[in-house]
Design a binder for this molecule. Structure first.
Ligand SMILES: [Mg+2]
Length: 174
């Protein structure tokens, strides 16, 4: 069970994602969380760094879309500024939005890598769909109210992962 919370890669930030390595792993699509992954949850628009990351992914020949549990207005505004497709109110870790993405892109789970800052939504959601995941350290510590509860559970999972020698919080792969 605890293995479902183990990311494929654990990095400090989206900035440290090795896009060439994704290509080597035959990935075709990056599905990326927004809040505390690309920008703080209360920043409406993408930063230049987030824009550069999206461009780096696209220039490497990968497709990218955004997948967020936040409301559709927030997600649309953000995604439109980047001119990338988006899935708002995604209800991660439930399977429905992931299934929709597989269908929309006509891809297998192994074609996709999911990027996000939360074990309970981004990593667990991807893993249960057999989609490889990249866990990023959250950009800021302030969170949405709903996320706060998740973070409490997440702290327990991090402790379990550490106890089982699976991974240690703050010890990144790169
Ligand atoms: Mg997030």
């Amino acid at each position: 069970m605890i293995r479902l919370f183990k990311p494929f890669k654990y990095v400090r930030s989206f900035r440290s994602i090795d896009v060439d390595n994704l290509i080597e792993h035959k990935k075709k699509l990056v599905i990326c969380d927004i809040d505390n992954t690309l920008v703080a949850h209360d920043e409406a628009l993408p930063s230049q760094e987030a824009k550069d990351f999206i461009k780096r992914v696209q220039d490497a020949g990968l497709q990218i879309c955004l997948i967020s549990n936040n409301n559709k207005d927030r997600v649309k505004l953000f995604a439109d500024a980047l001119e990338v497709p988006y899935y708002g109110f995604a209800k991660k870790p439930l399977r429905l939005t992931y299934k929709q993405i597989l269908k929309d892109y006509n891809m297998k789970p192994s074609d996709i890598v999911a990027v996000g800052d939360q074990l309970l939504t981004d990593v667990f959601g991807g893993n249960r769909m057999s989609i490889d995941t990249i866990l990023t350290h959250p950009l800021v510590t302030r969170d949405l109210k709903t996320t706060k509860l998740n973070r409490r559970l997440e702290n327990q999972i991090y402790r379990r992962l550490e106890k089982k020698n699976v991974m240690k919080r703050g010890v990144f792969d790169e």
